[in-house]
Write a protein that binds this ligand. Structure first.
Ligand SMILES: Cc1cc2nc3c(=O)[nH]c(=O)nc-3n(C[C@H](O)[C@H](O)[C@H](O)COP(=O)(O)O)c2cc1C
Length: 511
């Protein structure tokens, strides 16, 4: 079989022939000179590509090779627009994204014609409603955070914005989140990139996250600075402090801020060099064991003037967590909250092996953390915050049933900001202006509109939570537990177990 015409050697010969031919024709008819000029330019690019050594496809297919790169860049959109069905799409299927968009736009979030889920499948998880359903409460649920060691407890919303730094998200995205948080009275976690002016612009409540890079509270050598921390936590909008140990999408890896997103402004906020990729170290320099961790939490709480202080982690080696619990009792130091992030959690940028292969998923992690805190007799002192695909009202109730007191969400709020799951957070080319520092792209994000969407997404999600617990006949969130849920295949299996002769009986009756 012959090689295709557009391969390198044929391209060089036939390309030259075509350019010369069109030039001769243009000279003869004394018109359309642009055609040979255009073809000549394309030919030159092709010739360049045949000699470059970086891209094999372009060396072999000097012009047509570009189509491959073009289709590759728009592949997430092609998937979404032409291939994806309602329940397809990763990490979030279309039906879940649409639910967020509708809630964020404050439109009716009803669906027609019934469920598209396979309700007899094990993956289906439903709520056991009650015959004696109640009327849903109007008031949105709130939870006190802060034990007896904290002098400024905070009355938090049950659902809040999870950590996302200015750097991974744009300035307008952060302003919109913050204004939405202010209007809806919930908190906005800064992410490990420090408190930027955009986190403060709307006056919404802040949970300041301190990561291994100590961004915003670090000295010249990158070590934690007590002075800077104490000064910044004086700000009354800082309601809580979260020490980040790890996150589900890349546990044990530290943060990655790609160089293209590290603008001079971000670098100044973080106290780092602009333009270079910033890797926060995988571990903390301020402590290296359970005792050090708890003493550091205690110190942060003192320096903050007694604000609720806790830590965020994705569960890995369970013995380490048990050791921390044992140390709590030994040292009598109790964090005010622990944020449990599941391996299914999101990120702006992470190595694939860390995203796909490290850390415990949220559900078993919550069950483990809740049980362990109870075993050590410290559960009453510590709030558990759950994150990792806690997107819908059902997800929130499921997390509470597994042991959480509150939930955080990152990517749901990104959808509320207009994110289309283009999967470009790590390239600075987010088409919606949410996860980029490109000024041209950010211009597309309208703060007034998007902050309203953030507000409505939060409000409508929690209102649906209220409706669901009322449908289950429960009076409050304290009554939400695992007995409220069922799995799709539960009754199939039960019927096999307890009524194996049912079909036989039917036959007998009929005969
Ligand atoms: C763009 C982006 C940036 C993030 N930045 C941080 C961060 O700075 N610190 C952190 O602890 N987690 C960070 N996360 C993780 C979230 O806070 C959260 O733990 C995780 O995404 C939970 O999953 P969800 O997106 O399904 O809610 C980030 C997530 C995303 C999507």
């Amino acid at each position: 079989m012959g090689k295709p015409f557009f391969m390198r050697d044929k391209f060089l010969t036939w390309g030259a022939v075509i350019v010369i031919f069109t030039l001769v024709v243009a000279l003869l008819i004394r018109a359309h000179y642009w055609i040979p000029i255009l073809l000549f330019c394309i030919y030159c690019i092709g010739v360049y590509n045949t000699y470059q050594t970086k891209h094999a496809i372009l060396r072999n297919f000097p012009v047509l090779g570009y189509f491959r790169y073009f289709f590759e860049t728009i592949s997430p959109e092609m998937q979404q627009y032409f291939i994806e069905r309602e329940t397809d799409g990763k990490p979030f299927p279309r039906n879940q994204r649409s639910a967020v968009y509708r809630r964020a736009k404050n439109l009716s979030d009803t669906v027609p014609f019934g469920t598209q889920l396979e309700v007899n499948h094990r993956k289906y998880e439903g709520i056991k409603h009650s015959i004696y359903a109640k009327s849903p409460k109007e008031e949105l649920p709130r939870v006190w955070v802060g034990n007896e060691q904290c002098s400024q407890p905070y009355h938090a919303s049950l659902f809040n914005i999870s950590a996302m730094s200015f750097g991974s998200l744009s300035d307008r995205a952060q302003i919109s989140l913050n204004r939405g948080a202010k209007k809806g009275n919930f908190y906005h976690n800064t992410g490990e990139g420090g408190i930027s002016p955009y986190h403060l612009e709307g006056g919404g409540d802040i949970c300041w996250q301190i990561g291994t890079g100590y961004f915003g509270c670090r000295d010249e050598q990158g070590n934690f600075s007590e002075e800077l921390f104490a000064e910044k936590t004086k700000n009354p909008v800082v309601k809580m402090v979260e020490l980040k140990l790890s996150q589900g999408a890349k546990p044990g890896h530290g943060g990655v801020l790609p160089g293209v997103k590290n603008t001079p402004e971000i670098a100044a906020i973080r106290h780092v060099k602009p333009g270079v990729t910033i890797l926060s170290p995988p571990g903390h320099s301020a402590f290296s064991d359970a005792e050090g961790l708890l003493r550091f939490v205690q110190r942060l709480r003192e320096l903050s003037g007694g604000k609720p202080t806790g830590f965020k982690l994705c569960i890995g080696d369970t013995r380490e967590f048990e050791e921390i619990c044992a140390k709590m009792n030994e040292l009598q130091i109790y964090p005010d909250f622990i944020t449990v992030d599941g391996a299914e959690g999101g990120t702006g940028a992470a190595p694939p092996e860390f995203s796909d292969g490290v850390g415990m998923p949220l559900e078993p992690a919550l069950i483990f953390v809740n049980r362990t805190l109870k075993n050590y007799g410290v559960r009453e002192k510590i709030r558990i915050i759950a994150s990792g695909k806690v997107l819908t009202s059902l997800d929130i109730l499921r997390a509470i049933a597994m042991g959480a007191d509150m939930c955080n969400n990152a990517r749901g709020f990104m959808f509320a900001l207009g994110c289309i799951q283009a999967l470009r957070c790590n390239t600075n080319a987010c088409p919606t202006g949410v996860a980029t520092q490109d000024k041209m792209l950010i211009k597309g994000l309208d703060v007034t509109d998007k902050s309203e969407r953030v507000y409505h997404f939060h409000k409508n999600t929690l209102q649906t939570c209220n409706e669901l617990i009322a449908a289950a006949g429960r009076k409050s969130y304290d009554q939400v537990d695992a007995s409220m849920f069922m799995r799709g295949d539960e009754f199939d299996r039960l019927s096999d177990k307890y009524f194996p002769d049912v079909l036989g009986n039917v036959d007998k009756v009929q005969s």
